[in-house]
Design a protein around this ligand. Structure first.
Ligand code: NAG
Ligand code: NAG
Ligand code: NAG
Ligand code: NAG
Ligand code: NAG
Ligand code: NAG
Ligand code: NAG
Ligand code: NAG
Ligand code: NAG
Ligand code: NAG
Length: 497
């Protein structure tokens, strides 16, 4: 119940109707998944970042097959999402028709093939009269579109915000427009994960949890670590009236700091699709990107060409210790404890997160331009435990913590190459691999409860009571550590006496 003492809860109580029961449980009416889906963030692939409108049946099905072959499905990446530009219009009865050239067998065929691989199929539309690519949108056609997707076997809808006819500008206008599709999907009777893509417009983090499973909180990502771009003018999610696009990894990450309490099991803030593998960032930068999306319980949608994945990029996407952070049953998120702008115009920061099993994960980020040693003190790490209610030093401060490096067990490029060329061994629930994991065989929740080594990373030291943890970090890199309470030998000895 450590979470209950955290600031996060103080923030949650600002939801008008949230309350805390006598046994300390937080109740937010409507906050648990409205349709039972997505208690941990969705994972999968979406073609947009790598392919834009250059899509077809072959690409989708080949990608799905490779996701199985590369063990990605069994790491949890099980939604295959087809983005914009798939339709050729509406037929005379008003139903959407797939492009017959690029999807010659129709969409039910694609969905069936994806299902044959034990994966799920996602599609795209916009809550406007057109999609962003100027194909027919769903505004005014919500039930017809939901019905046709359900009839094809669609499991997921990404629902964009282009050409919304000015039906935005207040939370109520946006809520009402997105709610029509939520109701339409529900009416089909098919469980369809509802992923809102309204770019953080009208503060979806305040209202979308009652009608959707995830909601974008920022303008579109682009494949840059920290380059500012005037088309993404906001630096905060709150009060951003022009979300734009071309938002960098650091821009989106920093927007999460204030709104992190608005993520919860069933309804997560969506930081947008991953760029790992697309070539615009260094290996270290992609590690920061992937780690912090995981740390903040963002949906993890691979946004690259899976067919040409390099060993290094496969190793990032496949790090089970980082994915287990994302898929933790707590559904908790990161808290930015401090951020400092450095003299070179970069920044450094400490983020922390409490896990279901009482571990604490810390992320030290060096987004400055030179190598630095960054330090997280126990006082900062456990700040929320001390400051909930009246101040009292947190008991956690008097404990020792074993420290595990969550990147310590990253697959080598050689091992990743064997996965890519199909010569790597299968992974089972009982496999003792430190680098690979099979969540189909053993869920992350069960693996964490069993202390599976692939999920814990490598032990790199111990933090003493009232101590601190330091890491020397290259420019644009991250130290990501899981802290577990160390077995207390002195106490045990006394107990034994
Ligand atoms: C399908 O799309 C991919 C990715 O854009 C492209 O490389 C390929 O040539 C296309 N195939 C067909 C048959 O159009
Ligand atoms: C339009 O599409 C729907 C859904 O695929 C189909 O049931 C209907 O027969 C089509 N109508 C015409 C006139 O083609
Ligand atoms: C429809 O909504 C109700 C009420 O929230 C929920 O219990 C039900 O599971 C939903 N059905 C589907 C198919 O999403
Ligand atoms: C959460 O952690 C507790 C305590 O370690 C454990 O008993 C429980 O099974 C965990 N929940 C899940 C869903 O794994
Ligand atoms: C960052 O360092 C590199 C050399 O490592 C230098 O070329 C670049 O100008 C520096 N950028 C800033 C913003 O200081
Ligand atoms: C061990 O536990 C005792 C009592 O809870 C505590 O005072 C002490 O600081 C702990 N020692 C370590 C090394 O964690
Ligand atoms: C697969 O990749 C590994 C590592 O690069 C290499 O040693 C092995 O020869 C490759 N096997 C095949 C069949 O390509
Ligand atoms: C994961 O386990 C399932 C059985 O639970 C198995 O079918 C699948 O091939 C395994 N995947 C990998 C990548 O080893
Ligand atoms: C994994 O380790 C456990 C405990 O050490 C052992 O019982 C089991 O046989 C090992 N499994 C494999 C596949 O090596
Ligand atoms: C996992 O590790 C924790 C902390 O060291 C320990 O309390 C727990 O008993 C372990 N669980 C199993 C199943 O080994």
């Amino acid at each position: 119940m450590k979470l209950l003492r955290s600031l996060q809860l103080v923030a949650l109580t600002s939801f008008a109707s949230a309350y805390i029961t006598k046994d300390g449980k937080v109740i937010i009416p409507g906050a648990s998944s409205f349709n039972g889906l997505n208690l941990v963030p969705q994972m999968g692939w979406d073609n947009w970042n790598a392919f834009g409108c250059s899509i077809n049946e072959t690409l989708v099905l080949n990608t799905a097959q490779k996701m199985v072959d590369f063990g990605l499905r069994d790491l949890g990446y099980n939604y295959v999402v087809l983005d914009d530009c798939w339709s050729e219009g509406r037929n005379s009865s008003g139903y959407l028709v797939p492009n017959q050239k690029t999807f010659p067998h129709g969409m039910k065929y694609v969905a069936d093939k994806v299902h044959d691989l034990n994966m799920k199929f996602g599609m795209y539309s916009s809550a406007g009269i057109y999609t962003c690519g100027k194909y027919p949108g769903s505004l005014g056609y919500e039930q017809k579109d939901a019905d046709v997707w359900a009839s094809w076997g669609v499991d997921y809808l990404k629902y964009d915000n282009c050409y919304n006819q000015g039906q935005s500008g207040t939370p109520k206008l946006s809520f009402d427009r997105y709610n029509v599709m939520s109701q339409a999907l529900n009416k089909t009777g098919r469980k369809i994960l509802y992923s809102l893509c309204n770019w953080g417009d009208d503060n979806p983090f305040d209202w979308a949890y009652t009608i959707s499973n995830s909601y974008r909180m920022s303008g579109d990502i682009y494949d840059s670590f920290d380059r500012p771009d005037s088309r993404c003018p906001c630096t905060e999610a709150i009060g951003c009236s022009w979300p734009g696009f071309h938002c960098s990894v650091m821009n989106i990450l920093n927007k999460m700091a204030a709104i992190q309490s608005r993520s919860q099991p069933g309804a997560f803030n969506d930081m947008d699709m991953l760029e790992v593998g697309n070539g615009g960032q260094s290996d270290d930068e992609y590690k920061v990107h992937f780690s912090m999306w995981a740390m903040n319980s963002s949906p993890l949608l691979m946004g690259t060409n899976v067919l040409t994945l390099t060993p290094a990029n496969l190793a990032i996407y496949s790090n089970p210790a980082v994915i287990a952070l994302n898929q933790d049953p707590s559904g908790s998120v990161g808290i930015r404890k401090w951020r400092t702008i450095t003299k070179d115009g970069g920044e450094i920061a400490l983020w922390t997160r409490e896990m279901n099993n009482s571990d604490t994960v810390i992320a030290l980020i060096n987004a400055a331009n030179s190598t630095m040693t960054l330090t997280a003190t126990a006082a900062d790490i456990f700040l929320d435990q001390s400051t909930a209610g009246s101040f009292a030093p947190a008991p956690e401060l008097s404990e020792s913590w074993d420290v595990y490096d969550l990147w310590g067990n990253r697959m080598s490029n050689d091992e990743a190459a064997t996965v890519l060329n199909g010569t790597a061994p299968t992974i089972e629930a009982t496999s003792n691999s430190t680098t690979r994991y099979n969540a189909t065989a053993l869920s992350y929740a069960d693996g964490l409860n069993a202390n599976n080594t692939a999920l814990l990373g490598t032990k790199v030291g111990t933090m003493a009571p009232h101590g601190s943890w330091s890491a020397k970090l290259d420019r644009h890199s991250i130290g990501l550590f899981r802290l577990r309470q160390a077995s207390n030998n002195s106490k045990r000895k006394r107990d034994e006496l």
